[in-house]
Design a protein. Structure first.
Lengths: 306, 271, 528
């Protein structure tokens, strides 16, 4: 186990480096002159030269890359063009909100998927199965940008049960988390159902029955166990979608997180801030993938042997 | 039981997609109203006989805008999928056929791009390249090509060892001929399934980018930017949001069902 | 199916189960941690919803409307506007004009800042001098360019001297006063200095809220608010909801006209509408060679159906404007060239100017129009109307801070904004004089007309009221003829507030000064 852990951690650095490099390349791919884009066409030549120097854009690309990596290693992501504050600090202020949203979405997805998927899997072909799977395929087809406003109309404007936008407490978290987690819930539910259905046909079910376990209990127990690995795979694969989904959710619900910060930075052509936000999202994804891999190793010893 | 189930998905999916394509192609002509003609006197008008889906904040006919928006969604998605497919397949195929070191390097590169969340890549590219249809297509294509690259490479590696391929090699056929004559047709099944789900994803991604102001900008009628404009009027005119939202939902539903149906079809043929 | 799918050992399962539980706890914790205490309003406080964060709470810097509204409650000035648009003494008990180039102010006794310090003439002197210092980069510098010197011969006397006889001199005395020695920060973004106004800043969380508490050194009427929370709510639907649900007490000029119908039907709310001086206009950037052609500008003026916009889109909450000064202004004249909706005339003008229609309907004229999200809908209307005459308008929407930065740098072709709080026609000099380009002045479109320069400079130095009126009559006529700005409308002030709030005093410039004396019915403001 320890060797597996060590190996996986060792792969973290090159992947993180690769992702950081890709981010750097993207931001520096800006067509035209980024400084002119930031300051506007009527800026004085002195201003342009000044900002270019301040951002270090007048140095050779390799130097800039080196400075970028050095800064990254020390937690320095430069300064925002609009507010002059350190990018790292701005990101640190907003990141917890995004994390809260993502975790809440994950929670909602699991809580929704478990009863749906298990009920459907235990009763294949029956109305509950068709209903649950119908709901699932709808959940995956309705985009955040419609589901969010729809939930807002029903639960906030019509019923007045929940607040409309903003962050503030559990009540404020419900609608955004529901919107974010529904698509994942749908995928998860389908997978759970599949797992139960395939387990039902297996030989060891008869063994369990002969041991005296009720069919239902046996089904659930083995079905869940069977589902564990694919579930972890699925969560790992889908986490990227969940994380980037927060960007849209934050705009819909005026949630003060990293996504909203990034969109504002894009609008303001504040490229240092955009770079910092993109990097944060990407590296979070890398870390979560690593955690998923580690969870794999926990569940299935065979994987560790590879 | 299995057969019937796959028919339902396939049938339903194909019908929805067909309906979508037909509305996109013929709808605008049939409806006639100009999607960009403003009529302030009818701003936020509820659905009526003159305007089946009502009017938006500037009095523009929503039905017309939905139909024109279908053209944009379908058009963009098709081009993007085609681009991702071709690029991904070529790269994946190249890696598989070349093998060895080259294969490793290419796959490492694919891994790094995959380590980057797809939609984030699209947003970043859209932000950098600016507004515009071509830039939007590039940004969206960057999201999906890796999937095809991996798929094609994986399938090719398996297929390479199969009987007919070995037989062809034994008979002295050129690798390229093997690729095109034998292997690619065998691929088409899984690729079509992936593409079908892919279109749904691209429609949602394009809508999201337009919603964020990074894709198709007003007054052009994209379903995504219609949803964005409708947000300010949720309280007094929710129909501005319902129409584009349901349109996206149905379109994506159609492609998802189609993908499901195709997957089951392909599976049954494989066995 | 393969029999031995190795089942995970119980230990592993337990680990995973605890991981899941851990995740759930984390999410709940974050949710709980995210709880904001601001959900409850302190007793006796008023909540006013605003749509954007004020750019600065330092009166030497904020030129945007939001900053001005809040600064008025925090800082006093030597003089201020009364509800009839007249300048009356605020900190000054009396004012004299011994010579044409001198103004003498006698301060009232017993003035104090919210931190207890006495407010004396030296503070006034410092406020002006720090603003005018070269390094301050204050966008307000333009207003005080005529101030030659300011002196504080004793604690209760302030003497302002201008270089030459300056008619709008008294208007210069409207600057909020800060204590002597208050530093000038980068663009005034950080911190609010203490003022002598009815309130002081208790907290300022950018993009969230500005909390004001009573200035303890100023007497307050019984039952008046102990504090005000200006909550920043960018979403217009949420503002309307908060009003309907009684969370927000008052909102001024930030409710979409389409929502007024809905709010009017709420039994607990009352809507007050009164004429306003806020002037909505389109500015042309004269750096664009096409816009320098008067025929093009006039064509644009004829192409826009302003009546339809005001009647149908804005639901008649505005009056069509003929110029920067509204009829409430003593210098107003209506005898100016007007542009009614006439697309045929627009077409003719564009043809004459050398921009014929091509086969695709466009004339080869393309402009970039910049606006904020609130103005996006209007932008689309302009886009559609200009398209009818063959002009292509590209709309760029940015949040207010970015937008403001762009227009200060003259990075636009067309843009639309509002001038709020115009009193003295000296405003013309600040926006149309060719020397008044940013950052020093407000001539963002780089308009340059020697005839206008002569007139506005004469207007500044002519003290005789009748002569001055004659000059500004000509200025208004020239502005309407030459179109440096395209006049859109004068925005009515629309205030939506909880029924039972008494004492709100409407000001034509939309000032919220009367919030200090608001009462809830015959009873004082009670706990909620």
């Amino acid at each position: 186990m320890k060797r597996y852990l060590a190996r996986r951690l060792a792969s973290l650095l090159p992947v993180a480096l690769g992702v950081a490099t890709l981010t750097f390349a993207l931001i520096h791919l800006i067509p035209g002159d980024p400084v002119v884009a930031m300051l506007g066409e009527n800026a004085s030549p002195a201003d342009i030269v000044g900002l270019r120097h301040q951002l270090g854009l007048d140095r050779p690309l390799l130097d800039q890359y080196g400075a970028f990596l050095y800064g990254l290693a020390h937690g320095d992501l430069g300064r925002s063009i609009s507010t002059h504050e350190p990018v790292a600090r701005l990101i640190a202020e907003r990141f917890p909100a995004t994390l809260e949203l993502a975790l809440a979405g994950l929670l909602v997805a699991i809580l929704m998927a478990l009863p749906l998927g298990l009920a459907a899997g235990a009763n294949p072909g029956r109305p509950i199965d068709l209903g649950a799977m119908g709901f699932a395929i709808l959940g995956v087809s309705v985009p955040h940008i419609y589901l969010g406003p729809l939930l807002m109309i029903v639960f906030s404007l019509d019923l007045r049960w929940l607040p409309l936008t903003g962050r503030g407490g559990l009540a404020h978290l419900i609608l955004p988390a529901l919107t974010l987690g529904t698509a994942l819930a749908a995928i998860l539910a389908r997978m759970l159902r599949q797992s139960l259905v395939s387990v039902a046909a297996a030989d060891y079910m008869r063994t369990a029955a002969s041991k005296g376990l009720s069919r239902r209990a046996a089904l659930l127990r083995h079905g869940l166990r069977n589902a564990l690995t694919p579930m972890v795979t699925l969560l790992g694969l889908q986490f990227g979608a969940l994380l980037t989904g927060t960007i849209v959710i934050e705009m819909i619900f005026s949630w003060p997180g990293l996504g909203r910060l990034m969109i504002g930075a894009i609008s303001a052509r504040d490229y240092p801030l955009v770079e910092g936000c993109v990097l944060t999202f990407a590296l979070t994804y890398v870390v979560v993938n690593l955690l998923t891999d580690l969870a794999y190793g926990l569940i299935d010893p065979r994987i560790r042997m590879e | 039981m299995k057969r019937r189930a796959s028919n339902v998905s396939l049938l339903l999916g194909a019908s929805l997609v067909a309906a979508l394509v037909l509305s996109a192609v013929f709808g605008p002509m049939l409806v006639g109203s100009n999607p960009e003609a403003i009529d302030l006197a009818h701003a936020l008008a509820a659905p009526s006989r003159d305007h089946w889906l009502g009017c938006d904040a500037l009095g523009r006919d929503i039905l017309a805008r939905i139909l024109w928006g279908a053209r944009i969604s379908l058009g963009v998605s098709t081009v993007v999928i085609a681009l991702s497919l071709i690029a991904g397949s070529l790269i994946g195929g190249f890696a598989a056929m070349a093998g060895g070191r080259v294969d490793e390097i290419v796959m490492r590169a694919v891994d790094i791009v995959l380590a980057f969340p797809g939609f984030l890549l699209a947003i970043t590219l859209a932000a950098i390249l600016g507004p515009g249809l071509v830039d939007l297509i590039i940004a969206l294509a960057a999201m999906g090509w890796t999937g095809y690259a991996r798929l094609v490479r994986g399938e090719l590696l398996t297929l390479r060892e199969r009987d007919f391929a070995q037989a062809a090699r034994a008979l002295g056929a050129h690798p390229a001929r093997i690729l095109f004559r034998h292997l690619l047709p065998a691929l088409s099944g899984p690729v079509m399934v992936q593409a079908s789900f892919g279109v749904g994803g691209i429609i949602i991604a394009e809508a999201a980018l337009s919603f964020l102001g990074l894709g198709v900008l007003p007054p052009a009628p994209s379903w995504g930017n219609m949803l964005d404009s409708g947000r300010a009027f949720l309280l007094v005119a929710p129909h501005l949001t319902t129409a584009p939202g349901v349109a996206i939902g149905l379109a994506v539903l159609g492609f998802n069902l189609l993908g499901d149906g195709l997957a089951q079809l392909v599976d049954s043929y494989r066995r | 199916m393969c029999e031995a799918t190795r089942r995970p050992a119980p230990v592993r399962l337990a680990c995973l189960r605890s991981l899941m539980t851990g995740l759930m706890m984390l999410a709940l914790l974050c949710g709980a941690a995210g709880c904001h205490p601001a959900a409850t309003l302190p007793p006796g406080y008023l909540q006013v919803d605003i749509e954007t964060s004020p750019l600065s709470l330092d009166p030497r810097f904020g030129t945007d409307a939001m900053s001005s509204r809040i600064d008025e409650l925090l800082f006093d000035s030597l003089v201020r506007l009364d509800p009839h648009q007249r300048l009356v003494g605020d900190l000054a008990a009396s004012i004299e004009r011994p010579t044409p180039t001198e103004l003498v102010f006698h301060l009232r006794p017993g003035l104090r800042f919210s931190d207890g310090r006495r407010l004396v003439a030296r503070d006034v002197k410092y406020s002006y001098e720090s603003l005018l210092a070269p390094g301050s980069l204050s966008p307000r510098g333009a207003m005080f360019s005529e101030l030659a010197a300011i002196a504080a011969p004793d604690d209760a006397t302030v003497v302002m001297r201008t270089r030459r006889p300056y008619a709008p001199a008294l208007e210069m005395a409207m600057l909020g006063i800060v204590p002597d020695g208050t530093p000038v920060t980068v663009r005034g973004t950080l911190g609010a200095p203490p003022g002598s106004g009815p309130f002081a800043v208790a907290a300022f969380t950018r993009d969230e809220q500005v909390v004001l508490r009573r200035n303890p050194y100023r007497p307050a009427a019984a039952g008046s608010p102990r504090g005000i929370v200006f909550k920043i709510v960018p979403d217009p639907t949420v503002r309307a909801l908060e009003l309907a649900e009684g969370i927000c007490d008052l909102a001024e000029n930030n409710i979409e006209p389409d929502l007024l119908g809905y709010l009017g039907r709420q039994p607990g709310l009352t809507i007050e509408r009164f004429p306003g001086t806020a002037y909505q206009y389109i500015a042309f950037n004269f750096r664009d060679p096409h816009l320098r052609d008067l025929r093009v500008r006039r064509a644009i003026a004829y192409a826009l159906d302003r009546r339809a916009i005001v009647d149908q889109m804005r639901h008649r909450t505005a009056r069509l404007a003929s110029g920067m000064l509204s009829p409430e202004n003593p210098y107003y004249t209506g005898d100016v060239m007007r542009y009614s909706y006439d697309p045929a005339k627009a077409d003719a003008l564009l043809d004459a100017a050398g921009y014929p229609r091509r086969a695709d309907g466009w004339r080869g004229l393309a402009f970039v129009y910049k606006t904020t999200p609130e103005g996006a809908r209007l932008a689309e209307v302009f886009q559609a109307m200009l398209r009818r005459v063959g002009i292509r308008l590209t709309v760029r929407v940015n949040e207010f801070g970015t937008f403001y930065g762009d227009i200060q740098r003259s990075d636009f072709d067309l843009m639309s904004l509002q001038w709020v709080g115009i009193t003295d026609p000296h405003q013309y000099q600040m926006v149309f004089d060719s020397k008044m380009t940013p950052p020093h002045g407000l001539n963002r479109g780089d308009y340059s007309n020697p005839a206008m320069d002569r007139l506005v400079e004469a207007g500044d130095t002519t003290l005789d009221p009748a002569a001055r009126r004659a000059i500004y009559r000509k200025v208004q006529q020239l502005a309407a003829d030459d179109l440096p700005y395209l006049s859109l409308w004068w925005q009515d002030n629309v205030v939506v507030m909880q029924r039972g709030l008494e004492g709100f005093q409407p000001y034509p410039n939309g000032s919220l000064r009367s919030l200090a004396d608001l009462r809830r019915g015959p009873r004082p403001l009670a706990e909620r």
